[in-house]
Design a protein around this ligand. Structure first.
Ligand SMILES: NC(=O)c1ccc[n+]([C@@H]2O[C@H](COP(=O)([O-])OP(=O)(O)OC[C@H]3O[C@@H](n4cnc5c(N)ncnc54)[C@H](OP(=O)(O)O)[C@@H]3O)[C@@H](O)[C@H]2O)c1
Length: 338
């Protein structure tokens, strides 16, 4: 009897998590039973209902950093093995416990959180500091939709803010059908910009539905050779460096390198001081105000994160494989079944 009681306690304090013990292909992701995290004084213990596998999870799991960032990537995420074996940067779920110092949330609240580089969302439970990027989830938003708001959405908001995107400007988004690109199309349209989306033929119609004024199928045409100029060009693919697109920028045009190689990053200050163009690159800021904005505009229907597909936690390795194709449409969601 005593053993059974002990086991019962042990089982209830355990959780399933997707764990990455070494860098490698999707099958290095395994499902394991781990102790549930214990919230500190400022933490929320969130029962995760949905999360995503993002391009960042793919990059970390496979140690595939943009050209020139291999060392920085290992420095950030661990040299021999991943320092944080549980990946996942965004989540939506319910608070099941709070630390003694938490005043702004209560047990039972539904929340959306962006963990960013702290990761840890690919688990049934996750501790989130109540003073970080975590906001209430409105009932109007499903857990899956809410979980897919932050990665693309906060990147889009931060880059557009740094570029001071204005209504009436012409914006071209290369890689418009990815998680970041599809958020950028919608948020640029919401700002009143005229959007040209660049994607393959399979995604042309979806881009129109998101509000793109023009769509360029990159398998048929090269936008940089069309002789059209844009106030803002966004590259989320990594094949639109300044040398390729400079003549497609208006005199005061801005190039937003969401995906930048190290040489492109190093070139940016030179271009910014010697030309009237501006290159904006580097990691996007993670801000609670931005997540709050995204939740608000998602709840009233002005922004809907695109969901490519949804997998149960047990099949998260398949979700990683789908991300690794580089062809996902929007976000890959992972739903917890507890
Ligand atoms: N700076 C930052 O803070 C920051 C933040 C977030 C992400 N990122 C980086 O941004 C990049 C994009 O992230 P993501 O999550 O949006 O990626 P993603 O969702 O994996 O992007 C997939 C999309 O890329 C499109 N694509 C592939 N090849 C293309 C090409 N040659 N031309 C145009 N589109 C093409 C695909 O469209 P088709 O199927 O139609 O080809 C697909 O829809 C990643 O490398 C990520 O590391 C940087």
């Amino acid at each position: 009897m005593e053993t059974e009681a002990t086991n019962a306690v042990t089982m209830t304090s355990q959780m399933k998590a997707a764990v990455v013990q070494r860098y490698g292909p999707p099958d290095v992701v395994t499902i394991e039973h781990l102790p549930r995290p214990i919230p500190g004084p400022n933490d929320l213990l969130v029962r995760v209902r949905a999360t995503t596998v993002s391009s960042a999870d793919w990059r970390i799991r496979s140690a595939s950093m943009p050209y020139g960032f291999g060392f920085a990537g290992k420095l950030a995420f661990g040299f021999g093995v991943p320092r944080q074996p549980i990946l996942g940067s965004e989540l939506a779920g319910d608070i099941v416990a709070i630390g003694a110092a938490v005043r702004n949330f209560a047990v039972g609240d539904a929340v959306v959180a962006f963990r960013g580089a702290k990761l840890g969302a690919h688990a049934e439970y996750c501790c989130v500091n109540a003073n970080t990027v975590v906001v209430p989830k409105p009932a109007a938003l499903s857990y899956i939709t809410a979980a897919a708001l932050a990665f693309g959405g906060t990147t889009a908001l931060d880059f557009f803010r740094r570029a001071t995107l204005r209504a009436g400007e012409r914006v071209l988004i290369n890689g418009a059908s990815g998680a970041v690109g599809s958020a950028m199309v919608q948020l640029a349209v919401a700002t009143g910009a005229y959007v040209t989306a660049v994607c393959s033929g399979a995604n042309v119609e979806v881009m129109r539905q998101l509000g793109a004024t023009r769509v360029v199928d990159y398998t048929r045409a090269d936008f940089a050779l069309e002789g059209i100029q844009y106030d803002v060009i966004v590259d989320t693919v990594g094949n639109a460096p300044y040398a390729r697109v400079r003549y497609s920028l208006t005199p005061r045009g801005r190039l937003l390198l969401v995906l930048a190689t190290l040489p492109e990053m190093l070139r940016a200050p030179w271009v910014n001081t010697t030309s009237t163009h501006r290159i904006i690159a580097g990691p996007a800021l993670e801000r609670a105000e931005d997540l709050r904005t995204l939740v608000t505009i998602a709840a009233d229907g002005r922004f809907t994160p695109m969901i490519d597909s949804c997998y149960p936690l047990d099949r998260i390795a398949e979700a990683h494989a789908r991300v690794e194709t580089g062809r996902k449409r929007g976000n890959i969601a992972v739903e917890m079944h507890q």
